[in-house]
Design a protein around this ligand. Structure first.
Ligand SMILES: Nc1nc2c(ncn2[C@@H]2O[C@H](COP(=O)(O)OP(=O)(O)OP(=O)(O)O)[C@@H](O)[C@H]2O)c(=O)[nH]1
Length: 526
């Protein structure tokens, strides 16, 4: 092969490799762009997901870096967490939608049943496709509104019927409005109590306040659904980090809310039944009155007329009796439902109190040291923070003391860990008994205790702590009949202007170190 030919072949090869490199860099660039845009679509679901996505976008933007496994794993974790949350919300929403449909169906007309069936079937699909939820809710609302239409006003012609029916209808309508208003008031107050019972973080304070305002000022049949939906969402938020027990509470809350909805729908339906009964009474009375007119016009004898009129009047009295009876029955049904609702609300309140107490118990457990029963380090940290804030605001200083059992390792080594635990319990009892009620003691960890003495100068604190030291030293402790000497060393420090929590602690800790170095079983100031 000639030299020229070899050169051409070589140049061709190089150009092909260059082209391939260029094409693959173009594809890579496009992939970067696509991924970057897709991450923007995921934005806004949660704070941690946002920060994972932003990290990925930054990595993609710097062409030199490629995505590391850690970022991808973090992203996967966040997405999986969101999926789980979404599934949980979807389940609760399905339960709620079904209960809502059920309570509407109970009071629906025959011809609306087909629509209900359709919505019932669609409910499970809709919770898997969130974008369909708003449309679904508006169909549900439209169906509910068409069912809850107010009956039209009664048109009265005859003067006798006019006066009769005006009396009756005015009484009934005024009474119905008053009773529905008072039912709404009762429901509003129960709903507000439910909202109050939710344990929500400060982040949701504004949402809670807004919901309470809506319940107070806007509670009506039309608004009820969106108010309940908001309430359920808040309940879900409040339960997401709580105990399993709370899930039970949520389900029961859903059913209680469905009962509230059912109750209100039934009250509305009762109103419409009452409207129909009024119309029936009105037309019956008018019919009887018109019969009297005809009888007066056509009658030839006074006796016949008397008999006919008496019989028509009997008819009117009968119709009114029937109407009164049906009204009484309606009222007693309504009262019964009202009582049932109140009972349900009461049991809901009890349940809510029980869950609250349970959570408080759990909270206490999380702040108590299980071996000694003393507050633990987390409880101490909270207490110290409060005392420190008080000091910063009112300049009322305080002291802290760190106490440590001397040669505790040798107690464990010589007598065993169980005896060591017993010693820790005994010392805890002695320390708490000897301290003043205003002082606060916690097990800081291992064989270390920490004591907070509010409004106490370092010299007073040193005196008080020395008494503690003496009572531990003088407490008799025996193992298999042999006395075992227990002693403790302490370091005390008082707040100084400009102190931070850490500086205060470090001074007490350094003093404890000196107490250990100075022969133990003594108190030193920091
Ligand atoms: N039984 C028991 N021992 C514990 C517990 N927590 C920590 N310890 C033990 O406490 C001992 C602490 O030992 P060191 O830190 O060497 O201190 P010390 O032996 O008390 O010596 P000085 O503090 O210098 O007087 C270790 O043996 C730990 O295992 C506990 O809950 N129960």
């Amino acid at each position: 092969m000639s030299k020229d030919q070899t050169d051409w072949k070589h140049k061709y090869k190089e150009a092909a490799i260059e082209l391939e490199r260029y094409e693959s860099s173009q594809v890579e660039e496009q992939m970067r762009l696509i991924i970057s845009h897709m991450t923007l679509g995921l934005q806004g679901q949660s704070e941690s997901l946002d920060s994972a996505l932003s990290h990925i976008r930054q990595t993609l933007a710097s062409a030199s870096n490629s995505l590391d496994r850690k970022s991808i794993a973090e992203l996967e974790k966040q997405v999986r967490y969101l999926d789980r949350e979404r599934e949980k919300t979807a389940k609760s929403m399905l339960v709620f939608l079904k209960q809502w449909l059920l309570s509407l169906k109970k009071v629906a007309d025959e011809e609306q049943h087909a629509d209900f069936l359709l919505l019932e079937r669609k409910a499970s699909e809709v919770v898997d496709h969130w974008y369909e939820v708003p449309e679904y809710l508006s169909s549900l609302l439209a169906l509910q509104e068409s069912h809850l239409q107010e009956p039209g006003a009664t048109h009265v012609v005859s003067p006798l019927a006019d006066s009769l029916s005006a009396d009756v209808s005015q009484n009934v309508v005024v009474k119905d409005e008053a009773s529905v208003d008072s039912q709404f008031e009762a429901v509003a107050s129960e709903l507000i109590q439910l909202v109050d019972a939710l344990s929500l973080s400060a982040d949701h304070k504004q949402r809670v306040a807004l919901l309470i305002k809506r319940i107070r000022t806007q509670l009506s049949f039309g608004e009820l659904v969106s108010i309940l939906a908001e309430l359920i969402e808040l309940v879900q938020i409040s339960t997401s980090s709580a105990h399993e027990d709370f899930e039970q509470y949520l389900i029961s809350l859903n059913s209680q809310l469905a009962a509230v909805q059912g109750f209100l729908s039934e009250s509305q339906s009762d109103q419409s039944i009452s409207g129909k009964a009024q119309k029936a009474l009105d037309s019956q009375v008018r019919q009887e009155v018109s019969n009297i007119h005809t009888a007066v016009n056509q009658s030839t004898s006074l006796d016949d007329l008397k008999v006919t009129v008496a019989s028509q009047l009997d008819g009117i009295v009968f119709a009114m009796d029937e109407f009164r009876k049906s009204e009484e029955e309606r009222e007693s049904r309504s009262q019964q439902r009202h009582d049932e609702l109140m009972q349900q609300m009461q049991s809901m309140e009890e349940e809510s109190r029980r869950v609250k107490a349970h959570m408080e118990e759990e909270r206490m457990k999380a702040r108590t040291d299980s071996l000694t029963g003393l507050p633990n380090r987390a409880a101490y940290d909270d207490h110290l923070k409060k005392e420190f804030e008080r000091w910063s605001r009112y300049q009322q200083g305080f002291s802290i003391a760190i106490g440590d059992l001397d040669h505790f390792k040798s107690i464990n080594d010589n007598y065993g860990h169980l005896v060591g635990d017993k010693v820790l319990r005994l010392v805890s009892r002695v320390l708490s008994k000897t301290l003043r009620a205003a002082d606060f003691i916690a097990r800081y960890g291992g064989e270390e205790f920490i004591i907070l003495l509010p409004a106490t100068s370092i010299s007073d604190a040193t005196g008080a702590i020395d008494k503690l030291r003496a009572s531990v030293c003088n407490s008799p402790f025996n193992f298999h009949g042999e006395p075992v000497q227990i002693t403790m060393s302490f370091g005390v420090a008082e707040t100084k202007t400009g102190d931070t929590l850490d500086q205060l602690f470090e001074r007490a800790d350094a003093a404890l170190y000196r107490a250990k170095g100075g022969g133990r079983n003594c108190v030193r100031q920091g």
